[in-house]
Design a protein around this ligand. Structure first.
Ligand code: DO4
Ligand code: MG
Length: 285
């Protein structure tokens, strides 16, 4: 499922991309509208796509997040994330140790829809931070009933400098313009046989050279996906659905940091590849 600029009208559109062509879903203009449907209704709606068709490579994809959709994220759901945060936070290390094993997961708000970057867009590191990293994460696309409707790729771009000083600074480390990228598409839930067996890769290139790369798998996740979604919907409503990033398992060793002009490529098997370019500071976004 892709959100894109219609070459016919120039307006935002939603369609089904089979790799060769994108077929518009007539009567639907936002992903949020699709996420008001149940998973069964969504499946029927996708199978019946009958709008204008465009060659797959010819449409500009937009982040598949719009309307009233919100992006949320889970934290410390992989051992590697716990380890890296214990090292960087020193005196507050217990906070991360405790939440890794706690029944209630860490969930935090990440972005409103209109601020989300898509595939081919820019992401940003803060000008008041020294160590900044991408966080490649499997994103759950949740419908308004809280069901997993599909999967996407999320980059939970983060300032390690700011979070490392004090975990109470987490919103400043995690929520700012350019800190959230989602895309390039939504892979429907019925097309992914086992979401706990997906390879995740991260490649960071600088002036054409790879400066960091790594690989992990959702098999290392310390939580159940339905459980994370259940906590998000326990005491809140999402009329247009939500994206919930499920935590990172790839964290470069200190003192690696993203730099201005870096290219970040995140691949999740069966879900997609999200590529963005880093800029430094608000003025460059
Ligand atoms: O606990 C802070 C954030 C953790 C996080 O974003 C992650 O584990 O991916
Ligand atoms: Mg994260």
């Amino acid at each position: 499922i892709v959100r894109f600029t219609s070459p016919l009208t120039g307006a935002d559109a939603v369609g089904i991309d089979d790799g060769e062509q994108v077929v518009e879903l007539s009567g639907i203009t936002t992903v949020g509208e699709l996420l008001r449907l149940s998973s069964d209704e969504l499946r029927d709606r996708c199978a019946g796509a009958d709008g204008p068709a465009h060659p797959s490579g010819s449409v500009r994809r937009l982040a598949p997040v719009d309307g009233l959709m919100e992006v949320w994220a889970a934290g410390v759901t992989y051992r590697r994330s716990r380890e890296a945060r214990v090292i960087e936070s020193e005196r507050a290390a217990d906070v991360y140790e405790l939440v890794y094993d706690a029944e209630r997961p860490e969930l935090f708000f990440k972005s409103v829809a209109w601020k989300v970057s898509g595939d081919g867009d820019r992401i940003a590191v803060r000008a008041d931070s020294e160590i900044d990293v991408p966080e490649p994460e499997l994103g759950l696309v949740l419908n308004s009933a809280g069901e997993i409707a599909g999967y996407t790729v999320v980059d939970d771009v983060s300032s390690r400098t700011i979070e490392g000083v004090n975990p109470l600074y987490l919103p400043q480390a995690k929520i700012y313009l350019g800190a959230c990228a989602v895309g390039p598409a939504i892979r429907p839930v019925w097309e992914v046989a086992d979401p706990y067996a997906l390879d995740i890769t991260l490649t960071i290139t600088r002036a054409g050279e790879t400066v960091w790369d790594g690989k992990s798998s959702t098999s290392e996740l310390n939580r159940r996906l339905d459980d994370l979604a259940g906590y998000l919907f326990r005491a809140d409503t999402f009329p247009d659905g939500a994206v919930l990033a499920t935590g990172t398992s790839l964290v470069p060793d200190l003192p690696f940091t993203l730099g201005d002009g870096d290219t970040v490529t995140i691949g999740i098997a069966e879900v997609g590849t999200l590529t963005t370019t880093v800029v430094r500071g608000l003025d460059a976004m």
